[in-house]
Design a protein around this ligand. Structure first.
Ligand code: ADP
Ligand code: MG
Ligand code: MG
Length: 897
């Protein structure tokens, strides 16, 4: 027979590794109890009980009995009865899932108070005011969170009661006022629910427990879980904890503390304390808190004890902890702890400090930081929040949706943004919210500011995709697009053209120009800051140490996507170990466009040869530079990929120009010929049209010219004493036959050059895997390929049937909002869909050719989560834009550590 399920754990029974069962709060309360810290006794109802309740819509019978048994034990231990007798026991009911989650039910304090027990409590505590204050808090919290009554209604009554006696703060309300307030609150409950406020303590407890269970399925909680990819079926635990009182007078109080500064990571005493208050007052900001250090003066005993506990907790959890505590008439109680959130800079500093203290090793330190944090440290910023603002003043705050620090003139529409930017002005596009019509303006702007919408709003999603600074949902700012004004809560009005500074890392908006500070971390990567110097910034030192650890740990190589020698050199400084993608189309732009045009328009073989001959030396020079910048390291050069029409004028514009010229009898034969070519090459769906290997197969001599240029460049580098390691990559292959034909031609050209120059060039030939068919037939394709490079941008487009250029701006915001995906599949690889094709291709490719070299060269190569996926999939390297290289190095190290 299976052991009976156990639905309730006393705080003395659990421990910190039971988060699945007891939730984060419950597991840590149990851990602190085990450590012998002063935790008010209580018990935790498991997530399993919650799941059983949610399945049937009713508490399992065993749960009721177990709660009764644990309550009995608690009452016996405390020598009090819940809500009864001369010294009534009161408890709090606190939600606590495995992951902390907005939208879940808050805590209800003071359960057990009733018309009867409030009188007993008053006598017992010798403080009438305290008892009635606690009772009114219970009705208010219970009314709001358990009974679902609008909290405003309670607030209004509270304000009125304060007003009536001229009280500034709630502590100034006398007992009588509170007594009257309780009566009003009870009327509110009756009027809004049709039932009186429950007087029976056990009924209060059961209703509150149920409400916590139910809140798991609240709309906001469900949405949050979809977006964060937290399973919907985990359920929440419920903690029942005997009350301790911080509102018993000036020798009582409540506070929060951190074992180190969560902003900087530095050691010291950090936290806030509020005298004569209950827990929720600190967060609610009802009265001004004092810095925790003040507690030393107010209550030295409790202060010393608290500091000792904090040290104990930090050594035990081996990490920064945040805590909640309450002091009841000089006695300290611990109410919560967890490993605390921190800024990116703090994460790096703390991880290395803990290594130095011998609390964690290097591998563990690598797990304490991540690529997103590193990326954050690489953005330019406005310096410390309390640093130099050069007279600029804060006008409002919103959601920090896309990091960076931008300064510019306010504009209210896309057209103005584009016009002003063209004229060389830096602009910030300000909208109530953005939509696809604003794209041009968003591109032209330095940053984007909206007064509506959250982290998944159109503005936020698109700005992150563009790498633009964005603050969204700044609700205290009023945007009037017609009047072209932005009005702050204090009435400050900003007009079109006024300068603002937008901090995408903190969400703060300033009027005026805040000086931008370059990132010291970038200076370090650029080689301009020595991390080992005497006076080196401790952040730079920490980043250097962890990067070195990551480099030692990682198995995957990290390459750069770079097309110029300059980018290649920069990438190399950032730690790139080669080029994973050189896009040759970028070498065909500018002045060279004309040569490409000549190639496209060529009607005879001599015309074509002449056009190719003109391009050859230019390409050769490009490749020579690149191979030189990456001497000794692999350089993957992709043959021409985009549709040819991209090098020609726009069809509509050219048609109009030719028509106008003809109507004025001013026709030009070459223009007419060009128009014919543009019409011939026009495609409805160019991304699925004549491009990649298809071009190489139908435009004679094109790929041959590129291969020749690469081979000659390699030969030149060799002659100059260099060590060129060229790799030729064929894009958009769908079948091995395409590759075979191109390969044969290429090998012939390379052999020719090798004969002419009398050298062996060691060039390899491979392909991109970016079409589903290529992935599905990877075993065959590997017969003709020395390497695969997964082009996950195109692969994502073709696997999902998404047009990347369209969908991100049109409906992705809606998809994110509905939780269909937590993050765009163009940002983080879709491991289940696209990823399973990648895995299959890896397996099939290696089965054919065990030494097949495997890499990835899409945007995903620099995305933290995707890097872990590629590590697991067994790739040899990732390639990403130069600026993302440190992130990829760090994540590749974390994946392997
Ligand atoms: P949250 O998850 O929002 O922090 P908590 O359950 O921690 O919610 O409770 C909210 C506030 O009430 C906190 O400040 C906490 O310290 C306080 N609190 C919770 N339980 C008790 C208790 N038994 N006695 C005194 N204060 C409590
Ligand atoms: Mg808490
Ligand atoms: Mg592609």
């Amino acid at each position: 027979p299976s052991a009976p399920v156990k639905f309730v754990y006393d705080f003395t029974e659990g421990h910190k590794d039971l988060k699945d069962l007891l939730g984060g709060k419950g597991a840590n309360l149990a851990e602190m109890t085990r450590l012998g810290l002063p935790v008010p006794p209580g018990f935790t109802i498991t997530t399993e009980a919650c799941r059983a309740y949610l399945e049937t819509g009713d508490e399992p019978a065993a749960l009721r009995d177990e709660v009764s048994a644990h309550l009995d034990a608690l009452e016996r231990r405390m020598g009090k009865r819940l809500g009864r007798g001369a010294d009534p026991l009161l408890v709090s009911v606190r939600s606590g899932a495995k992951f902390s989650m907005p939208g879940m039910m808050d805590t209800v304090l003071n359960i057990g108070l009733s018309d009867e027990s409030v009188e007993a409590l008053a006598v017992q505590a010798g403080d009438e005011r305290f008892a009635w204050d606690s009772y009114r808090r219970l009705i208010q919290m219970f009314g709001e969170t358990v009974l679902g009554i609008d909290g405003e209604l309670f607030e209004e009554r509270l304000e009125a009661a304060k007003h009536a006696v001229g009280a500034v703060s709630d502590v100034d309300l006398p007992a009588d006022g509170l007594r009257g307030l309780v009566a009003e609150y009870k009327d509110l409950v009756l009027a809004n629910t049709g039932r009186p406020f429950p007087q029976e303590p056990r009924e209060q407890l059961d209703l509150a427990i149920r409400a916590v269970f139910d809140s798991w399925n609240g709309e906001r909680a469900r949405l949050y879980r979809r977006q964060e990819r937290i399973p919907q079926d985990l359920g929440t635990a419920v903690n029942v904890c005997s009350m301790v009182f911080g509102n018993l007078g000036p020798d009582s109080g409540t506070g929060v503390a951190f074992t180190r500064d969560p902003a900087s990571g530095r050691q010291g005493v950090y936290g806030d304390y509020l005298q004569n208050a209950q827990g929720e007052d600190v967060v609610a900001g009802i009265r001004n808190t004092v810095p925790l250090a003040e507690l030393e003066r107010l209550d030295k005993n409790s202060y010393d004890q608290l500091l000792a506990i904090m040290e104990k907790l930090e050594n035990h959890y081996r990490d920064l902890c945040d805590i909640e505590f309450t002091i009841e008439r000089g006695t300290l109680w611990m109410l919560q702890t967890r490993v605390g959130k921190r800024t990116a800079a703090a994460a790096f500093r703390i991880a290395t400090q803990l290594v130095d203290q011998g609390l964690i090793d290097e591998a563990e330190a690598l797990q304490r930081v991540n690529g997103a944090q590193l990326a954050q440290l690489m953005f330019p910023h406005f310096g410390a929040v309390d640093g130099d603002r050069s007279g600029a003043s804060e006008v409002g705050r919103g959601i920090a949706a896309s990091p960076g620090a931008s300064v510019g003139a306010v504009v209210f529409d896309s057209t103005t943004a584009v016009e002003w930017a063209k004229a060389g002005r830096k602009v910030i596009l300000v909208r109530r919210e953005t939509n696809p019509d604003d794209l041009a303006g968003m591109l032209a702007a330095e940053g984007i500011l909206t007064s509506r919408g959250g982290k998944t709003s159109h503005a936020a999603v698109v700005a992150r995709g563009m790498g633009k600074t964005c603050v969204c949902g700044a609700e205290e700012l009023t945007v009037d697009v017609k009047a072209r004004t932005l009005t702050a809560a204090d009435g400050t009005v900003l007009n079109e053209g006024d300068v603002v500074s937008v901090d995408g890392t903190t969400g703060i908006v300033y009027r005026g120009e805040v000086p931008v500070v370059p990132s010291p971390v970038v200076e370090y990567f650029e080689g301009r800051l020595d991390p080992e110097a005497e006076d080196a910034d401790d952040l730079v030192r920490a980043v250097h140490r962890l990067m070195s650890a990551a480099d030692r740990a990682r198995r995957m190589r990290v390459r750069a996507n770079a097309d110029t020698a300059e980018d290649a050199a920069r990438a190399r400084r950032f730690g790139a170990e080669g080029i994973g993608l050189c896009r040759t189309e970028h070498m065909f732009l500018g002045d060279r466009r004309e040569l490409v045009e000549r190639l496209i328009l060529a009607e005879t073989e001599p015309e074509q040869t002449a056009a190719l001959d003109a391009l050859l030396p230019l390409q050769r020079a490009d490749f020579t530079e690149l191979l030189e910048a990456m001497d000794g390291l692999p350089v993957t050069i992709r043959l021409l990929d985009p549709p040819l029409h991209e090098f020609l004028p726009d069809l509509t514009e050219l048609s109009v120009r030719v028509a106008v010229a003809e109507s004025q009898n001013n026709g030009d034969a070459s223009q007419t010929r060009l128009l014919a070519a543009v019409q011939r090459l026009h495609e409805q769906n160019p991304m699925l049209g004549l491009r990649g290997v298809r071009l190489g197969l139908v435009v004679p001599g094109l790929f041959g010219m590129q291969v020749r240029a690469i081979a000659q460049a390699a030969a030149d580098r060799r002659a100059a004493g260099g060590d060129p390691r060229g790799e030729i990559m064929i894009p958009l292959v769908g079948t091995v036959q395409e590759l075979e034909i191109v390969r044969e031609d290429a090998e012939r050209v390379i052999a020719e050059v090798e004969r002419e120059r009398g050298v062996e060039l060691g060039l390899t030939l491979g392909t991109m895997i970016e079409l589903p068919r290529a992935a599905l037939t990877a075993g065959q394709i590997a017969e003709s390929a020395d390497f695969f490079s997964f082009g996950t941008n195109d692969l994502t487009q073709t696997v999902w049937g998404f047009s990347r250029d369209d969908v991100e701006a049109s409906f992705f915001a809606a998809y994110l909002e509905k939780g269909i995906f937590g993050v765009s599949p163009f940002e983080t690889i879709d491991a289940d869909g696209v990823g399973s094709l990648v895995r299959a291709a890896v397996t099939a490719g290696r089965a054919t050719r065990p030494d097949l070299k495997l890499g990835v060269c899409g945007e995903h190569g620099g995305d933290p989560e995707s890097v872990h996926f590629f590590h697991d999939a067994g790739l040899d390297y990732v390639s990403c834009s130069p600026f993302r290289i440190p992130v990829a190095r760090l994540e590749a190290g974390r994946a392997a550590a």
